[in-house]
Design a protein around this ligand. Structure first.
Ligand code: FE2
Ligand code: FE2
Length: 334
């Protein structure tokens, strides 16, 4: 094939700026023998026009990967018009990518978080357009494996979580915090998997709340607040319509705003009526809301955020789960 560019003439392309019309992809995200249906370009010199390195639909070979590594080429470039193809490729290969010990944990965290944002963004755009669970399955399983196997994975994921609030970044953050907390509480296997999916989708109902309410730049009017409070039931209904049968996923989506004192919504559940799934997700949800930046408020740092929860939400959240959560967050400091 004449579609490959000899790497032997190449200098390190990681140091240069991304050329216009392309986006940068780490070589580590390219799987050996997985067919990539996007083009890969390489920059022969910093600031040079990228040259086609590998045509579409060619598998990336071990030999090619090794040649790039030998020449310290850390990144290649894909035309911006092929972003969707690259994203699908990463999503499909996510479990292999995140368990690849040759890739630094930091880089895997980046790829995982980035991919998670894209997946949730698409689901929230139009959750009724198709299956909501399958696109997230690789992501949820990959994240669980990553959290279990890598001692530093939670710390690294914490470093890349977004401090700017959008529903999709919030969903990914809550998913990461909830899954890590559930794991600390000894939950595993199929239950952890379903819970992870529930946490990722917990705010899917916000897709039915008008944008001006979800993105309001300050306090909500009474009517807007009433609309906002419908999102757990909207989410529950969307998932039911989509054929989701998991009691855990449905419970997390419907009940993540319940409070142990009975003053939450939509069902005003109290005490033991609030499941452990809802209790875990609620802690992650409140923590992320406090520690991210909105157009009308600055983000709190983790420690003041936890302190605020301890002082003001004592009768709303599960004290034992909260204690474990504080320990988990403390373990990532420094
Ligand atoms: Fe919510
Ligand atoms: Fe939320």
């Amino acid at each position: 094939m004449n579609s490959t560019h000899p790497a032997s003439t190449l200098s390190d392309s990681t140091a240069s700026a991304t050329p216009a019309g392309y986006f940068r992809v780490p070589v580590s995200s390219l799987r050996v023998d997985a067919v990539a249906n996007f083009e890969l370009y390489i920059q022969p010199r910093p600031d040079a026009v990228p040259v086609l390195y590998r045509a579409r639909d060619l598998a990336f070979t071990e030999e090619a990967r090794q040649r790039l590594i030998d020449h310290s080429v850390g990144a290649l470039f894909v035309p911006t018009g092929q972003r969707a193809e690259y994203r699908h490729y990463v999503e499909k290969n996510l479990t292999a990518i995140v368990s690849d010990e040759d890739i630094p944990v930091e880089e895997r965290s980046d790829l995982l978080y980035d991919s998670a944002q894209n997946i949730v963004h698409d689901i929230l755009e139009d959750p009724r357009s198709g299956d909501v669970l399958p696109p997230s399955e690789n992501l949820v399983q990959g994240t669980i494996d990553f959290l279990f196997k890598e001692g530093r994975s939670f710390h690294c994921l914490m470093q890349v979580t977004s401090y700017d609030y959008y529903t999709y970044t919030h969903s990914v953050n809550v998913f990461v915090f909830s899954t890590a907390l559930a794991q600390k509480l000894g939950i595993e296997g199929q239950e952890l998997f379903e819970f992870g999916q529930g946490a990722l989708l917990h705010d899917v109902g916000k897709s039915l709340v008008p944008n001006e309410v979800v993105n309001a730049k300050g306090g909500l009017t009474e009517e807007q607040w009433a609309e906002m409070k419908l999102h757990p039931v909207h989410g529950y209904n969307i998932l039911k319509e989509q054929g989701v049968e998991s009691e855990i996923i449905l419970d997390v989506t419907r009940h993540h705003h319940e409070k142990l004192n009975g003053r939450g919504y939509p069902d005003g559940l109290a005490g033991d009526a609030v499941s452990k799934w809802a209790r875990i997700c609620t802690i992650a949800d409140i923590f992320d809301a406090l520690t991210t930046r909105r157009s009308y408020k600055e983000a709190m740092n983790s420690f003041p955020g936890l302190q605020f929860m301890r002082e003001h939400m004592e009768d709303e959240i599960d004290p034992e789960f909260f204690r474990v959560f504080v320990g988990l967050m403390g373990s990532t400091a420094g």
